[in-house]
Design a protein around this ligand. Sequence first.
Ligand code: ADP
Ligand code: ZN
Ligand code: ZN
Length: 745
Amino acid sequence: MFAEVSLPISSFQTFTYAVPENLRKDAIVSARVDVPFGNRKVSGIIVSLIHKSSFDGQLKSIIKIDPSTPILSKELWKLVKWISHYYVAPIGLAYNSVLPFSLLKDYSPRKSWFAKFNESANLSTLENLQKSSPKQFLVYNIIKKASPNCMRISTLKDITSNPISVCKALENKGFINLFKKSEEHVRDNIAFSPVKKKIIYNKEQIEVIDNIKSSLKLKKFSSNLLHGVTGSGKTEIFIESIKTAIEMGKSSIVLIPEISLTPQIAGRFKDVFGEGISLWHSQLTKAQRAKTWDSINTGESKIVIGARSAIFSPIKNLGLIIVDEEHDASYKQESPSPRYHARDVAIMRGKIESCLVLLSSATPSLETFYNYKVKKHNYLSLPKRYGFAVYPKVKVVDLIDESRETGKFNIIISGTLQQKIEERLNNNEQVLLIQNRRGYSPTVKCSDCGNIVMCAGCKTPLTFHKYDNNFKCHICGFIGNNEMDNCKECFSQNFLYLGTGTQKVENILKQTFPSARIARVDYDSTKKNDSLVKVLQSFLNGEIDILLGTQMISKGLDFPGITLVGIINADLGLHIPDFRATERTFQLIYQAAGRAGRGEKAGEVIIQTYDKKNTVIKAASKLDLEKYYENMLNDRIGLNYPPFSWVTKIEFIGKNSKSVFSLSNKIRSNFLGGYKGLEVLGPAPCFKEKVNNQYRFQIILKSLKKHDTNSNKLHSFISQNFIENRASLSGSNKIHIHIDPISMI
Ligand code: ADP
Ligand code: ZN
Ligand code: ZN
């Protein structure tokens, strides 16, 4: 018997191994095996079993099949195969996303030795110890000093080269106690403590709930768009749906963009379902991850809440998949392969497991909106806010006019916004401000020669970070500490700090409103103060007046105290060469506006722009979604972009620009029999043409939906052109295939 084994490497090839006699009973498709690969031992999975091999030579044998490792359900195995096929990813990599090999290896936390002072020690011999063994006496004193805390023995290495034997001796004499303990830090600070609520459903909510309940009872696949305006109570709909699923003996998966950004939802779920839920997120330690996986796999846990990879939870008896904020870009895995979209995987899993899929958003992605229009998704709607909360009033502030009137340039906080903030501060109300760019100044220019401070590896301006007093590349992560000493070209020390990031806004706010309590939330701030949840909690408690941040805080949060939302510069992001730039800008403004006026007091939104005639700004300020979406759909038809075509982006990456370019050209000209309706754009340098000293080119493939009602044709084209001959072609260059890319740059 032979097994085709796929390894978690970026090769599409599978490898044939002989199955030794004694392992045959455990050899099944999807089982995990250890095999020799080169001179290493590698873990892989059995993709298929065969009785004859066409290979003439001596085949290597499987070393081990671990019958105790969990086996994927046949549904998940089906999903793995679909992901591998659809996203053109080696099956070993697809499998690794669903059942990470690391999960199986680091199953239990590492334990270390600890020592604790023995309170009831007989101290009469202490004097003796000091004389006979001064080292032990020293160590004894340190441990005693730490009491009542215990002490990790390895931290005594500075004092003695063999702390464990010194401690053992002390234990024998009864001075201390030794024990082994795991060093897991429980990082469970990503949810609010349980949030209690008295729930009374309104008419619209009851209608939606009834609808979901009857679909659930059919135990069939259905995909549904829950389109509820901000503040309409989508969370409560999720809760009620999950309750119904549980009554039917079914389990649920809830995807949310990032748990730590939406601690309220997790807090609400905790209140209702208590220990019954598993949180699946990036901050779990390896052991917690393994434990959580296990409790899901054994069926102990019937609700999983998590970010995109939670869609692979080995949950049994699945009845319901909820994708909250389904338009969110974080659902797309850019790297590593498989480059999947969790929303689309959710739909596929729903089909495989015959369950209900609920996509929820106040600002659906255009694809999902379109799918509802063509009746692929059922449409469930919550058209108004819950309770007495009304929709906010929106005002657009034209920064060009403002400059003209005031004679000031580079206005960051307009007179109107300043006045509105003052009013709120006087009334003890809260303000949320969005500036979707982090750092202090995104471009720093020498004022003598005009030279711009750049990242050498990425051909991009470095962002100045005032608080760390350094320059950071937001593309490759490079940090420069002495870029500022003097200009690299003319040695001048005069710099202009152009553009505006959150840190600059924070600075200005502190100067303008010296007595206000101000907090900033962005990627940099959350890395430092480990608990974003703490900031959000104190904002909720009313201990912060102004919360400033990037898009991180624009969605999902429910703070009834906010009566003013200000968008400092709504134009950021509008001019990126990507057909989704307008959609994203609209969603950002609409979602941010949706944070205002969720409580008893009405809310107001100020949108600052240099481009007030822009159609996105206009539509977003009217909060007029349907009409704007129809317009966007028309634009997409005209340009043949999704949802009217299937798109694939192929990236070519390598150290030598010429070789990367010639590879992309060669592939372009080698394309086997292109089919009718396939448009090929490029190769062209990527928008970020150099990242981390690697050059990047891309080819875009667009297939007309008019010709293809599904993407199969495009897929087989890609397979033919890339899978079979890519290793031989690419050499040291890399080829990344992005099916349905959400970013074209
Ligand atoms: P969305 O996610 O749609 O923006 P939320 O689920 O955050 O809205 O709901 C908005 C607010 O209204 C929340 O404070 C929520 O607790 C409250 N709410 C919604 N539905 C109900 C209900 N049926 N009973 C009581 N409060 C509700
Ligand atoms: Zn200069
Ligand atoms: Zn860089």
